[in-house]
Ligand binder design. Structure first.
Ligand code: PGA
Length: 252
């Protein structure tokens, strides 16, 4: 049975003190009555929080980063390697978020290197894909997402693809308050799962977690997560509020 996941993407928010406060709030709210063993709660913080977050986070909350370098180590000023991230205790890295693709020019080739860095360091990549508004409007959204998947994660072996999590994030829904409808999310998730089945096999397709991201909040999470192929969410804005984030978790 595939994992259900609610992952928070803090993006470039929270200084150290604000981050510690938010983690303390999460620790307090997310007690044993709420936490379920088949649904993971993850926070993906800025790099600077990772070490401290790992120290203070409740053991039922997992930790991730939002990016990593394509390189192992060396003269790459300002970069952070997957190995360094691993050493903080983090277990996940978001790879290929649309903001990285759009503002930092991350191409499919770069993202494949980053996914490999995660896997080489036993970290789980949360690989993001999703179309922009223009693709949605001209009905090319399936082919756009298929290409993103083909160019990156379908370059992996069957053994490696089993180790990744996918997040479908329509770019027009990110931070806009305008989420994909439950039906739009389900049809894309089903499509992605069918691509995986065709490329690998049914077993791989049925076991991979596919998260939805884009203006997911307490008021719409239940409807989105009820879909057969939606295994949880990648949450931006609403993950910055402990109550909202845990409410989303509780919508399963
Ligand atoms: P949002 O962001 O929930 O604020 O729309 C989602 C994301 O970018 O992962």
């Amino acid at each position: 049975m595939r994992k259900k996941i609610v992952a928070g993407n803090w993006k470039m928010n929270n200084d150290i003190n604000e981050g510690i406060t938010l983690i303390s709030e999460l620790n307090n709210i997310f007690n044993d009555n709420i936490s379920k063993s088949n649904i993971d709660l993850i926070i993906c913080t800025p790099y600077i929080h990772l070490y401290k977050a790992n120290e203070i986070l409740s053991s039922n909350i997992k930790l991730g980063a939002q990016n990593c370098s394509t390189n192992d180590s060396g003269a790459y000023t300002g970069e952070i390697s997957a190995k360094m991230i691993k050493s903080t205790g983090a277990k996940y890295i978001i790879i290929g978020h649309s903001e990285r693709r759009q503002y930092y020019g991350e191409t499919d080739e770069i993202l494949l290197e980053k996914v490999k860095q995660c896997l080489n360091n036993n970290l789980t990549p949360i690989f993001c894909c999703g179309e922009i508004l223009k693709d949605r409007e001209n009905n090319s959204y399936f082919s756009v997402v298929e290409k993103q998947i083909n160019n990156v994660i379908f370059k992996l072996s069957e053994n490696d693809i089993k180790k990744i999590v996918i997040a479908y994030e329509p770019v027009w829904a990110i931070g806009t308050g305008l989420n994909a409808s439950s039906q739009q999310a389900q049809e894309m998730h089903q499509f992605i799962r069918s691509l995986i089945k065709n490329k690998y096999n049914n077993d791989v397709a049925e076991n991979i977690s596919i998260l939805y991201g884009g203006s997911c909040k307490p008021s719409n999470a239940k409807e989105l997560f009820e879909n057969k192929d939606v295994d949880g969410g990648l949450i931006g804005g609403a993950s910055l509020n402990a109550n909202d984030f845990i409410e989303i978790y509780k919508s399963f």
